[in-house]
Design a binder for this molecule. Structure first.
Ligand code: COA
Length: 374
């Protein structure tokens, strides 16, 4: 990166069905927590970057930049970015561009999403904005439908079984039990995943990330040093429609962003000891392990089998991931970085990676964090 960028503060709300809180309340709570965790004066924030996907539909609210800015006493300039479920990583990347160019020294990156006030069918249709409205939506697809197709194809090509797939969510739920911010903290056996109601064959209820409310605020600074530094911020894109891809069992945007991120951080893949990956559906987590290069093609589930039996040194989705921690869509990429910062300190490891995508990995953002205290 052109300059050293530090995580100078961070704050989260709990994720879940937070009916008693408005979008503004969620933003306010996350900002307040981030400022309290930092040593800087609020007036030092010279820019706000807001990530949000759905507020026009679920909250009748646009102008998210100005709304966020109005929550700070000096009303700093603000921009809003959107890249569907990958909006959070894009917001961090945008902030890095401002910081690296010297246009800003301290940036508040804020993700906020309030999805549960709208009925599931409205949210499902709104989320389809992350697919191609001409090529994908007319087939009657929803996102569980798209990932159901991906899972069908993956099982056909690699022989993944229903029982193996069920291990993924079980691992994520066991990790969320320790996370007080998570939406679902109860344990889940693989058998319970396999027996949960069918949503989009072969995907069942417990293969799916939920519909969630939540906010995350991360203060990035070139001025205020801390023990956690960002050493790579990379984004990549693919076709929006899955109909225009040669395969649907691998996501090239992940591969490209990962290659660029390792190059930027100047480290090897084997230096990464902790990962927060975008498990919007259980099948995605398996494919991600392969695209990130931690497993060979068709073998991604092995990482989860090893996590289930405690046989891998890799820390994966210790927050509970999207499945169990929750997935307020545009918040996820920012929340991943905050949770990774905590994971690096708790486990005393040096490098961690966050992987966030929008749509069926039509856009992807990867951040690598370094724990300077190791
Ligand atoms: N995991 C675990 N439990 C879930 C859940 C999930 N994904 N979704 C809902 N539940 C629980 C609810 O808490 C509720 O429990 P309760 O009866 O004890 O209160 C119960 O299941 C029914 O919830 P409900 O809200 O009626 O479910 P739904 O049928 O409306 O929605 C899904 C379920 C799977 C369709 C919805 O969660 C969904 O669309 N998820 C995917 C979101 C998505 O596509 N995100 C973008 C990814 S790219």
């Amino acid at each position: 990166m052109q300059r050293d960028i530090y995580i100078a503060g961070s704050g989260l709300t709990r994720f879940g069905e937070l009916w008693e809180k408005s979008l503004r309340d969620l933003m306010d709570e996350a900002i307040d927590a981030a400022l309290r965790s930092s040593e800087l004066d609020v007036l030092e924030i010279d820019l706000v970057v807001v990530a949000n996907m759905l507020a026009e539909i679920t909250n009748d609210q646009a102008g998210l930049g100005a709304l966020a800015s109005s929550l700070l006493p000096h009303h700093p300039p603000a921009v809003r970015v959107e890249s569907a479920c990958g909006s959070g990583a894009l917001a961090l990347h945008t902030a890095c561009a401002f910081l690296e160019s010297g246009r800003a020294k301290t940036v508040l990156v804020l993700g906020a999403e309030k999805m549960t006030d709208a009925p599931t069918d409205v949210v499902s249709q709104a989320l389809m904005g992350a697919a191609d409205s001409e090529l994908d939506a007319p087939a009657g697809l929803t996102f569980p439908g798209i990932f159901g197709l991906i899972a069908q194809r993956y099982m056909y090509e690699y022989g993944l079984t229903r029982e193996q797939l069920s291990i993924v969510s079980s691992v994520h739920h066991s990790h969320a039990a320790e996370n007080t911010f998570a939406q679902f903290r109860q344990g889940l056996t693989p058998e319970a995943v396999s027996a949960s109601p069918l949503v989009s064959d072969p995907l069942r209820l417990f293969d799916c990330s939920p519909i969630s409310d939540g906010a995350a605020a991360c203060i990035l600074s070139t001025e205020h040093k801390s023990s956690v530094r960002l050493c790579a911020s990379q984004i990549a894109s693919d076709t929006l429609s899955i109909t225009e891809r040669p395969t649907i069992v691998s996501f090239p945007a992940t591969r490209e962003a990962m290659d660029k991120a390792l190059l930027e951080a100047d480290i090897e893949r084997s230096d990464i000891q902790a990962v927060e990956t975008h498990d919007c559906f259980s099948i995605a987590a398996i494919i991600n392990m392969e695209d990130l290069g931690f497993a060979k093609e068709g073998k991604g589930v092995k990482i989860y089998e090893d996590l289930y039996t405690g046989q891998t040194p890799l820390f994966v989705n210790m927050s509970g991931g999207l499945k169990a921690c929750g997935h307020p869509v545009a918040v996820t990429g920012i929340k991943q970085v905050i949770d990774m910062g905590k994971c690096l300190k708790r486990e005393n490891v040096q490098y961690g990676l966050t992987h966030n995508f929008g749509g069926a990995a039509a856009s992807c953002g990867i951040h690598i964090l370094e724990n300077l205290a190791v």
